[in-house]
Write a protein that binds this ligand. Structure first.
Ligand code: ADP
Ligand code: GN1
Ligand code: MG
Length: 369
């Protein structure tokens, strides 16, 4: 499949934007999909924008399943938001179908494309610039959890099988190390050892699920700060985006992935590890905000396991970056050599920090139980 740009004119024709299309350019900082912003010029209004995305063929084997999930979830969220007196058009994504009436458009080479209205008046942050901002994202993800608590989970497809199956992620890493297809394993010895030393941890949350200690819920599964659009005016988390991985999962993982990405002051691919540190105050800020947004929808056990969510999402993400590095960077977009290895190293550093401050993390969640 060629670069997404090669299909743009075909794809833009496939949708009715309701106005003249002025152009489309790459947009955002996602690692997975090819995202563009489309500018249109209505006759009697100013520029109206849309988000156009080619769903990653490496990540998503069944775009039909994926779009069925997203359509179901966005319509459900829309109804809940309206019931609560919210602004449906700004607080939830809306899928716009192509002219042929299908839920998404398939290009000449099988690539799957969708559009959403651009949610205007919002900012998408790449790092938690202030604690207030991080808290706002926590409330938004907690609220997302609550709004979907009665969604019929059995109707959702597993868009990426074994997505947060940490045991399976470990098995895949071991396979990549054994194959060592590009001869990269030697330079990653330390990281491989780091992960292998934590093999038992990889089963902690899954075992709690198997034992019925943690419930299966409808979860987002990719709760990075840049997957929530913040209202420019109020500074509150307005709209949760990137719904590709909404599936049945663990609430502690939604909490944990936010901590992994946001409770520090460095980029995910920072090469100077002295700058990569878990900020325990931010951990507390997020814990309080997430639980506030969830409004009592989590169990005491889920709250107790929140630090595990943080540690396991970070360890798992480190393993995924490492696996992708060993396999030749086929999954996560990269813009420079060794970027996936650098990403893996930041995750290992954060796991180390979490372990060093484990008692403190447990004490913090204890306060909110
Ligand atoms: P990826 O899976 O590649 O991260 P996302 O769905 O998160 O793809 O989209 C990438 C970026 O595009 C987001 O981080 C955000 O900046 C922007 N974006 C996505 N959807 C919208 C939208 N409806 N309105 C405004 N910006 C959006
Ligand atoms: C990807 O799509 P994006 O950039 O929000 C990935 C997440 C990882 C994250 C690491 C579908 O998220 O699981 O945690 O990169 N999404 C998918 O930055 O694999
Ligand atoms: Mg994203």
């Amino acid at each position: 499949m060629s670069a997404a740009e090669a299909y743009l004119s075909e794809v833009l024709e496939a949708f009715d934007f309701g106005a003249v299309v002025v152009g489309a350019v790459r947009f955002g900082m996602g690692h997975i999909n090819d995202t563009f912003v489309v500018h249109t010029q209505p006759e009697d209004a100013c520029c109206r924008r849309f988000i156009l995305q080619r769903m990653s063929p490496a990540a998503f084997k069944r775009p039909d399943h994926l779009m069925e999930n997203i359509t179901g979830v966005t319509e459900y969220l829309g109804r809940e938001i309206e019931k609560n007196g919210g602004d449906r058009e700004r607080e939830a994504l809306r899928v716009i179908r192509p002219r042929n009436g299908e839920p998404y458009y398939t290009d000449r080479d099988g690539g799957a494309w969708r559009i959403y209205p651009f949610v205007e008046g919002t900012i998408c942050y790449q790092s938690a610039e202030t604690p207030a901002l991080f808290a706002a994202s926590g409330r938004a993800f907690g609220r997302f959890q609550r709004l979907l608590q009665d969604y019929p989970a059995h109707t959702l497809h597993e868009t990426i099988p074994h997505f947060h199956d940490t045991e399976d992620r470990l098995a895949k890493l071991k396979a990549a190390v054994a194959a060592d297809k590009l001869g990269r394993a030697a330079e990653c010895r330390e990281e491989i050892e780091f992960v292998l030393a934590r093999e038992a941890d990889c089963s902690t949350a899954l075992q709690a699920l198997r034992d019925g200690v943690l419930p299966l819920r409808v979860t987002h599964n990719d709760t990075k700060l840049n997957n929530v659009l913040m209202d420019e005016r109020t500074g509150e988390g307005l709209c949760i985006i990137d719904l590709d991985t909404v599936m049945p999962g663990l609430a502690i993982n939604d909490f944990g992935d936010s901590i992994r990405f946001g409770a520090n002051h460095s980029a995910e691919d920072e090469t100077d590890l002295s700058k990569v540190n878990l900020d325990v105050d931010l951990f507390e800020t997020y814990t309080q905000a997430f639980l506030e947004g969830a409004e009592g929808s989590l169990t005491a056990k889920e709250i107790e396991y929140l630090p595990w969510g943080a540690k396991l999402m970070t360890l798992e993400c480190g393993m995924r970056f490492l696996t992708d590095y060993l396999e030749g960077d086929v999954y996560f977009h990269i813009s420079r050599e060794r970027q996936n290895l650098d990403r893996c190293r930041t995750q290992c550093k954060l796991v180390r920090d979490m372990e060093a401050q484990w008692d403190r993390l447990a004490e913090i969640v204890g306060k909110y139980r």
